[in-house]
Design a protein around this ligand. Structure first.
Ligand SMILES: [Zn+2]
Length: 96
């Protein structure tokens, strides 16, 4: 999990997760208040995990020809797990 660049205080999972869902809003360290913004690469990773993959899933699930409830449900569970894991994969930088 990402730590504060100034004081090494680890960010909470929930803080990073919320930041990802609120348009990658900056994270302020609980300990020293340093502002951290998401890196460009992390933004791309998060967009793929939280937007592109769910869209592909929806595209599949609404396509009746290819629809298989078991596969669709399994992939949905996988997407939720991927989304929960995403705070571990993204990185933030402080601009000081
Ligand atoms: Zn800090």
């Amino acid at each position: 999990m990402q730590k504060c660049i100034q004081c090494q205080t680890p960010f909470k999972w929930s803080t990073v997760y919320k930041s990802l869902w609120f348009a990658y809003s900056p994270i302020h360290c609980n300990n020293c208040g340093t502002k951290h913004t998401i890196t460009f690469t992390s933004r791309i990773i998060a967009t793929i995990m939280l937007v592109v993959l769910p869209l592909l899933w929806m595209n599949y699930s609404f396509n009746e020809m290819a629809f298989d409830a078991t596969i669709s449900f399994s992939v949905l569970v996988l997407l939720i797990l991927v989304s929960l894991f995403s705070p571990f994969l993204v990185h933030y930088n402080s601009k000081t």
